[in-house]
Design a protein around this ligand. Structure first.
Ligand SMILES: NC(=O)c1ccc[n+]([C@@H]2O[C@H](COP(=O)([O-])OP(=O)(O)OC[C@H]3O[C@@H](n4cnc5c(N)ncnc54)[C@H](O)[C@@H]3O)[C@@H](O)[C@H]2O)c1
Length: 256
């Protein structure tokens, strides 16, 4: 039996973390929390990333040439990657019957194909002890009217997480996911507003079982734990960062 874990083992001092989609929202909060716990950061986003003591690149993760430039720059600067956080992603509201093939392909590229491409490109830089955290959604686990393809792609990333956990276990690389919900960000609020504005006959849960919305930093805390030595025996699983929405199933909290 090993000795009890110590507080220091949650620290990521000197670990090199790559975070996609880090200009705002969850990606930014994850990067900020990783930094607080000592990680060195390599960040990318299609929008410029300001205000960080980090290596940053403005790029679209769906662009293979840009991904190659980013990965080579990370390799030259840091020589390795200890944590890869696949956070970039997004959606728009559209009834399935009205979604064009172009719109569907955009959702698939935005939420699935780029994730596999990013993982495949960074894997050669990862050694035993490294880990991957994929950001999915509670919608990967439940019906999502108006977001069918987005939810299916997030479910695909959940499946990918489990398969890669096994494929990469012999290399000592762990693969996990966080499934957020009710963490207010520009992206999340934009989607929610359009749904509540009457674009859908369904509406999402307004009040998580915990009785309040979460904070993007809650996603950062979960990623830090999964990346740390404290989670060294955890792979192929999903942490739901959602105030209890996933657990609730059909139950709704009606009072604060
Ligand atoms: N906030 C929530 O409660 C919530 C719920 C479910 C899922 N998510 C997931 O969490 C992740 C972050 O969402 P968020 O709420 O912070 O959204 P957001 O829209 O506020 O932020 C997303 C960031 O990623 C960047 N990005 C998106 N696509 C990109 C691309 N192709 N290339 C480069 N950068 C790209 C955007 O420019 C933006 O800075 C997404 O994968 C989203 O699906 C969030």
């Amino acid at each position: 039996m090993r000795k009890p874990y110590t507080p220091e083992e949650i620290l990521l001092t000197g670990k090199v973390a790559v975070v996609t989609g880090a200009a705002r929202g969850l990606g930014r909060a994850v990067a900020e929390t990783l930094r607080e716990f000592g990680a060195e950061l390599a960040l990318c986003d299609r929008d410029p990333i300001g205000g960080f003591d980090a290596f940053t690149m403005t790029m679209d993760v769906r662009d293979p040439a840009a991904l190659e430039v980013f990965a080579q720059a990370v390799q030259e600067r840091f020589g390795r990657v200890d944590l890869l956080v696949n956070n970039a992603g997004g959606t728009f509201h559209a009834a399935f019957a009205e979604l064009s093939p172009r719109g569907e392909n955009a959702l698939i590229a935005e939420n699935f194909t780029q994730v596999t491409a990013v993982i495949r490109r960074f894997l050669p830089l990862m050694s035993p002890g490294a880990s991957i955290v994929n950001v999915t959604s509670s919608e990967a686990h439940q019906a999502a009217p108006g977001f069918a393809v987005y939810a299916a792609m997030k479910a695909a990333v959940e499946s990918l997480t489990r398969s890669l956990a096994l494929e990469l276990a012999p290399r000592g690389i762990r693969v996990n996911a966080i499934a957020p919900d009710a963490l207010p960000t520009e992206g999340e609020e934009g989607v929610r507003e359009r749904m509540l504005a009457g674009e859908s006959p369904f509406e999402p849960v307004r009040l998580p079982p915990l009785g309040r919305l979460g904070d993007p930093a809650d996603a950062g805390a979960a990623v830090v734990f999964l990346a740390s030595a404290m989670a060294g025996f955890i792979t192929g699983t999903t942490v739901h960062v959602d105030g209890g929405i996933h657990a609730a199933g059909g139950w709704r909290r009606t009072e604060p």
